[in-house]
Design a protein around this ligand. Structure first.
Ligand code: FAD
Length: 573
């Protein structure tokens, strides 16, 4: 791969010089730093770099006084979809101190407007105040985070796993999704390509059932189950002894609960059926989570939370779903789908919700082969140049459309209702309207999906007129709502839609007063947090907050249980 490029654009020569010197000072060893003084020259250069297959990592452009930057940034996306686009906010003078948010932006809203608009419309991934000096560490922190995000998006020179499989194989898609969502870098090679055949020969696996996984250690896995893949990366061990807290689900709620129980000295095991990070892990950019003013990708948030829980001593496994919870003496036994068993004194349920399925002929057969449930942000780049349809009209559908439109030639949102406004945030509606390659078909639903080995066409019906047409489609992402994952705990009190009822709400269901701790369920010592809880706000921040409350409740429950039994269960560090 040729040396990746960081491109700086500014029409003020002094500023352009100062930013490029700062970048060269720190990054010239690993990146080419290119400076251009106009949008036209920058676009020409970006075209040349694309033709040479030279990757562009960062495009930093000053807020131009003309409207030029919006147009420029829109075109960057078409030329280099993985490039992180950054709006540079110029300093008022060379002696202006390095402030996180420059005073000029805080004092005058009209100065801040182009920056805020570019963020809201998704024209940039971030903004950065121009560096005050070559050693402006605040500036470099922002740049490093963007470089790290880019490295996560592009195929790796040194992947942890090479996957060799037939194109369009549903199992290969599942494995890539599993690895991508668990932040394990992989490289996919088609078994029909010369490099794929060569890799299979070198691994002596030409006759092995596909997909074949070649691990960085040299170990070969042929058509492996998820548990085997988890074991290869140390994500499959279950504690043999009874743990203080078992947490089911490793989304934001479960990981937050784990940080809060493990940091209080409780032995904590997190059981996850597929991917650390949960739904949030599949979000391309979370902008409303406190502490990340320029947003954070779901994958980065999940990796950080996982590491934080691990650093306090929580054990993590992604060995498969927990499919039964049984009272057992003074605690509970959890049965896993794999046949494994874990015993715990208390349990936190943070299993979130599952996507609602779209019932139409062909959908099940083509799931994983052009039809996908969820936003699959880790694979959005695979839609390069294609026409992708998205069924759904809520925020998750809008975010997926914006993300996929970075790569796809065209994205069409299929909404059953007459407009998007009812269930989608206004900022997203505006972002969709501002994105040239996204269109919306209202009062429309999918009535059939068809294709030989993968999705080729969709049949759509207009619910008002009854007219039907069949359109060519490379992919369909289905984001049409969700149901809580609670069917494995039939004995727990749930509301009419299946969400788990907790705390004071239980008093309506259980008489007399239940006296339960906050977030405790109808089963003593079993707590619920996040999307799965009745009345929850379906957001990352609220899931994290609820996880913290459930963790604190578990600590309180075990401490009082310990006092009752005159034995110390929880030993704060
Ligand atoms: C595409 C997308 C974008 C989003 N963007 C945003 C955003 O920008 N901002 C925002 O605030 N919110 C956003 N959300 C919503 C947010 O992701 C959720 O509200 C949040 O993830 C809920 O966290 P949770 O831990 O409760 O559940 P989840 O994140 O759903 O995690 C639950 C976990 O439990 C696991 N699980 C389920 N059943 C079992 C079982 N039986 N055994 C073991 N494990 C099990 C699941 O595999 C999953 O990993 C987005 C959601 C989506 C889908």
């Amino acid at each position: 791969m040729s040396t990746p490029v960081i491109l700086v654009i500014d029409d003020m020569p002094d500023r352009l010089d100062s930013v490029s010197v700062t970048l060269k000072h720190r990054y010239a060893g690993d990146y080419q730093i290119i400076a251009e003084s106009s949008a036209t020259a920058a676009l020409r250069r970006l075209g040349e770099l694309r033709d040479d297959a030279t990757p562009v990592v960062l495009v930093l452009t000053a807020v131009f006084t003309t409207a030029g930057h919006a147009e420029l940034l829109g075109q960057v996306r078409g030329l280099h979809p993985s490039a992180r686009r950054v709006l540079l906010v110029p300093r008022v003078g060379s002696d202006e101190p390095s402030l996180r948010v420059p005073t000029s932006l805080l004092q005058d809203r009209s100065v801040a407007l182009p920056v805020l608009e570019a963020m809201a419309l998704g024209l940039v991934e971030s903004y950065l105040p121009a560096p005050a000096s070559p050693s402006d560490e605040g500036f470099h922190r922002g740049v490093s985070e963007l470089l790290e995000e880019w490295a996560h998006l592009v195929p790796r020179d040194r992947p942890a796993v090479r996957i060799i499989s037939d194109d369009g194989s549903p199992r290969s898609h599942e494995i890539r999704d599993l690895l991508g969502r668990n932040s394990i870098p992989y490289l996919f090679q088609s078994a029909n390509s010369p490099s794929g055949r060569q890799a299979l020969r070198a691994a002596k696996a030409s006759r092995s059932p596909l997909p074949v996984l070649i691990l960085h250690t040299g170990e070969i896995l042929s058509d492996p189950a998820n548990q085997e893949i988890a074991a290869a990366f140390g994500l499959s061990s279950l504690p043999a002894a009874t743990v203080d807290v078992a947490i089911v689900g490793a989304g934001p709620a479960g990981l937050s609960a784990a940080v809060n129980t493990a940091s209080e000295g409780l032995s904590t095991a997190v059981l996850e059926r597929e991917a650390i990070g949960g739904q949030a892990g599949s979000s391309s950019l979370i902008r409303n989570y406190l502490g990340f003013p320029r947003g954070i990708s779901g994958a980065s948030l999940a990796t950080r939370a996982f590491e934080q829980a691990w650093s306090f001593g929580a054990s993590m496994s992604i060995v498969g779903a927990v499919n039964r919870l049984r009272p057992d003496g003074d605690g509970y036994t959890l049965d896993l789908a794999t046949g494994a068993v874990l015993r715990a004194r208390s349990v936190i349920i943070a299993t979130g919700v599952s996507y609602r399925r779209l019932a139409a002929p062909g959908m099940d057969r083509l799931t994983g082969a052009g039809v996908y449930y969820g936003a699959i942000s880790s694979e959005a780049s695979a839609f390069g140049g294609q026409h992708v349809y998205i069924a759904g009209a809520a925020n998750s559908a809008g975010q997926a459309a914006v993300n996929v439109a970075r790569y796809a030639a065209r994205v069409t949102i299929l909404a059953r209702g007459a407009s998007l406004g009812a269930r989608m945030s206004q900022y997203l509606v505006e972002q969709l309207q501002a994105t040239a390659n996204i269109d919306v078909r209202t009062t429309t639903e999918v009535v059939a999906a068809d294709g030989h080995t993968r999705l080729e066409t969709l049949t759509l019906t207009n619910r008002l007129t009854g007219s039907t047409d069949t359109v060519a489609a490379s992919a369909l992402l289905v984001l049409i709502g969700a149901v809580p994952h609670t069917d494995w705990i039939p004995d727990i009190a749930r509301d009419e839609r299946g969400f788990i009822v907790t705390g004071p709400d239980l008093e309506r269901l259980i008489a007399p007063s239940s006296g339960r701790l906050p977030s405790e369920t109808s089963m003593p010592g079993v707590f619920a947090a996040g999307d799965v809880r009745s009345g929850s706000i379906k957001r990352v921040a609220s899931a994290v907050g609820e996880g913290a409350i459930a963790g604190a409740s578990a600590v309180q429950y075990l401490c009082s249980a310990a006092v009752n039994h005159r034995q110390l269960v929880a030993q704060p560090r």
